[in-house]
Design a protein around this ligand. Structure first.
Ligand code: NDP
Ligand code: 2IT
Length: 452
């Protein structure tokens, strides 16, 4: 008797769990993708013979190293740094660096795996990687952050390079950190190359890279709504996070005529029933991204701050989780469904828990997974790399236009591949569409490369 999809996935997951015991985030990401691609793999003898799923679930390598640095009091601090070079069949390793106390090998492996499929979806020549440290930048001076970045790069520079592995930013890593990391790389190697993306524009950075992830997520949402003959005008959007992704998503959403009813940080939610104005969003960007302040310190007309809360019980038409993994759980999803939410678009990586995804699927809420919706950031990173290689800078309009085209292409790829989805409903299953669309290119390249 032919094997069922459930038993195929469960036998595969048994093998992955044995090798990665306790790595919950990594296992969660693998399980989700395996569920989407299993029917395709089961039907494809070449994929099965080549054991593509098992090979894809194992990173090429995971490097870990000590990072020692002196704090402002002259005390020695010890952190751990990592770079997970996940898969490079489609191009050099590419993916961000995250600085947050919660960073672990499991988190970086899940992010490296997601990045591999995300980068594939962009259609641009990039493999997948992720790295970072359990260093907590909160409350640290610029000088401490600089010494930490210099120490991290003193080890990392051995493994990266513009044709090998090109890191960028993620949580806790923005233009300040990329500047310090780049400065140390050029000093150690006596070279000036595009080894990092997200650089300042005076030394090789691209226009629109800072805005790209948030803008791209709103462009993706616009494509989803157009598919349903709708637009963003007047829609209420609840956004979580108040970092790079959240605040540029807010910016673009307002420019498209939507009302942004919330942003949040790890302290609580800043809610605005009528929607934040353009000027208010600019002020929040200045406060959070430049002054590194707390939302609780802002006093803004028409807003209220709800300490310790998340935005998912606010009335809204669209939810955009843009902070961190597993921040939107089943309870939150039920509450969103109750308030009549039409779509959930992930700006963050894996912010929606598997149970929450089930709730949204059952209620036929449109759901855009991060690997599709937040791919605008890495896409513009690829444009930055092209500009570094050719030495020719693109205008803001050119980058933005190319970003919009890339998001439209990713949307199209998801729609096309959603045809193979097991889910039957009135709406396009973007989750399966993105997982299958990202997987096929990587799997085919693995077959073409032979046994590696
Ligand atoms: P930032 O560091 O700029 O902002 C992160 C925001 O999320 C902050 O407001 C932070 O609050 C909040 N946050 C972070 N961790 C937690 C937590 N454990 N609990 C509650 N709130 C938290 O990061 P980014 O905006 O760059 O990244 C956000 C998400 O988007 C991540 O999932 C990242 O992987 C993903 N992403 C980022 C891309 C990029 O180009 N930067 C590209 C694609 C995806 P606080 O201010 O209090 O720290
Ligand atoms: O999750 C992501 O896509 C990023 N943090 C951006 C990666 C990049 O290389 O620009």
């Amino acid at each position: 008797m032919a094997e069922t999809i459930t038993s195929f996935v469960s036998r595969f997951m048994d093998r992955v769990e044995t090798r990665n015991a306790g790595q919950t985030e990594f296992l969660q990401a693998i399980r989700e993708v395996a569920g989407s691609v299993a029917p395709l793999v089961m039907d494809n003898q070449d994929y099965r013979d080549a054991r593509v799923l098992d090979r894809l679930a194992e990173p090429d390598r995971a490097l870990s190293f000590r990072v020692t640095w002196l704090d402002d009091q002259g005390v020695i601090q010890v952190n751990r740094g990592w770079r997970v070079q996940f898969n490079h069949v489609l191009g050099p390793y590419k993916g961000g660096l995250r600085f947050h106390p919660s960073v672990s090998e499991s988190i970086l492996k899940f992010l490296g795996f997601e990045q591999t499929l995300k980068n594939s979806l962009t259609g641009l020549p990039m493999g997948g990687a992720k790295g970072g440290s359990d260093f907590d930048p909160k409350g640290r001076s610029d000088a401490e952050v600089m010494r930490f970045c210099q120490s991290l790069m003193t080890e990392l520079y051995r493994y990266v390079g513009m044709d090998t592995d090109i890191p960028a930013g993620d949580i806790g890593v923005g233009d300040r950190e990329i500047g310090y990391l780049f400065g140390q790389f050029t000093r150690l190697t006596n070279s000036f190359e595009g080894v990092l993306t997200g650089k300042g524009q005076s030394f090789g950075g691209s226009a629109v890279r800072e805005e790209a992830t948030g803008y791209g997520a709103v462009y993706f949402l616009r494509n989803m709504l157009e598919q349903e003959d709708r637009d963003l005008e007047g829609l209420r959007i609840a956004i979580s996070g108040a970092g790079n992704v959240a605040l540029f998503a807010a910016d673009k959403a307002v420019a498209e005529g939507a009302r942004v009813v919330s942003v949040s940080d790890s302290g609580g939610v800043l809610a605005s029933k009528d929607g934040l104005s353009c000027d208010q969003i600019k002020e929040i960007q200045e406060h959070k991204l430049r002054r590194r302040g707390r939302l609780s310190d802002l006093d803004m007309a028409g807003t209220r701050y709800i300490k310790g809360s998340k935005p998912w019980d606010l009335d809204c038409d669209i939810a955009m989780p843009c902070a961190t993994q597993n921040e939107l759980d089943a309870e939150a999803a039920k509450s969103l469904v109750k308030s009549g939410v039409m779509a959930v678009v992930e700006g963050a990586n894996m912010p929606t828990t598997p149970d929450a995804i089930e709730v949204l699927r059952d209620a036929e809420v449109l759901f855009a997974p991060g690997k599709a919706a937040n791919a605008g950031g890495v896409a513009v990173s690829a444009f930055e790399r092209s500009q570094n290689v050719t030495g020719i800078s693109w205008s803001r309009e050119q980058v933005d236009c190319q970003l919009q085209q890339t998001m439209a292409d990713i949307h199209e790829t998801c729609v096309e591949h959603a045809e193979y989805s097991r889910q039957s409903g009135a709406h396009i299953d973007y989750l399966d569409g993105a997982n299958i669309g990202g997987f096929v290119k990587v799997a085919d390249a693995m077959l073409a490369h032979g046994l590696t």
